[in-house]
Design a protein. Structure first.
Length: 278
């Protein structure tokens, strides 16, 4: 009886071992790793994400480790996000058991951002104009087009809801929602036709270039542009009368103010100038 129990115990151990072996055999090891890039070029403080593809698809990924050969140059997160820290070169790797894939990371010094001032001539790519406003960083701002046109606001009695006094792009988008081709809104259409990113400025944005008339005009003249006049449509619709929109003009003391005029049949030869934000 004791002998029988001993043999049964041995059989139980053997069965357990076999069961473990079967479980181990179900675990697929990573056979290969492919990274989405083998080399990255980044400026300091920039980030990029590396994607790793493991084969076979059902491989066990519990042992996957991301690492950087020089964390003072570039770091990498457990999800493959690479961050450039300082100039130099580092190797980012991902391993799973005995399998490894690497990516060379070259970090260069971040180029100094261009500082802009009102009156500067702006030409980046195919976008050309004169700077009329800059933010505190002086790296971002708004420009006006080199050209202008006398045009009407709309050909019909539309109430567009374009009421913003400072967001001409938002006003332009509202009008596009009503008439995507802008066929019924000549002033808007002319501004947008300058290219991607151009829009019809709101009334406070019109003030920017009216108040800087002398400074901006010298740059316009130097680059064969049309100098600023005294009356300009804005994309801001009148608050009380839907048949009217605001236009900006210069007072005798040289400061800008606004009045309203009929959108379809304005009393003034109100000009239109396109604006672009960079």
């Amino acid at each position: 009886m004791k002998t029988f129990k001993f043999i049964a115990a041995l059989c139980g151990v053997a069965a357990f071992v076999c069961s473990c072996e079967k479980e181990d055999s179900k675990t697929n090891k990573v056979a290969s790793i492919t990274l989405s890039a083998t080399e990255l070029k980044l400026a300091t403080e920039e980030e990029a994400v590396l994607t790793a593809t493991f084969a076979p698809e059902d491989a066990d990924l519990s042992s996957v480790v991301w690492a950087s050969s020089a964390e003072t140059i570039a770091t990498v997160s457990p999800e493959g996000k690479v961050k450039a820290v300082a100039e130099g070169e580092a190797t980012v790797s991902v391993t799973a058991g005995d399998v490894k894939a690497e990516c060379k990371v070259v970090v260069e010094k971040k180029a100094a951002a261009t500082k802009w001032a009102v009156g500067d001539y702006y030409e980046v790519g195919n976008v050309k104009g004169v700077v009329v406003w800059v933010d505190e960083s002086k790296e971002h701002g708004k420009i006006i087009s080199l050209d202008e046109k006398v045009d009407i606001w709309t050909t019909g009695g539309y109430n567009t809801g374009a009421k913003s006094e400072e967001d001409g792009k938002g006003n332009t988008d509202k009008v596009k929602d009503i008439n995507a081709e802008l066929s019924a809104f000549p002033a808007f259409k002319w501004c947008v036709a300058h290219g991607e990113g151009w829009y019809f400025p709101a009334i406070l944005e019109v003030y920017y270039f009216l108040n800087a008339k002398e400074t901006v005009n010298s740059t316009l003249e130097a680059h064969n542009g049309t100098k600023i006049s005294d009356f300009y449509w804005s994309s801001t619709e009148g608050e009380e009368d839907e048949t009217a929109a605001l236009y900006g003009y210069l007072k005798s003391d040289g400061t800008a103010t606004s009045w309203s005029d009929f959108k379809e049949n304005p009393e003034e030869d109100t000009l239109v100038r396109a604006m672009y934000q960079f």
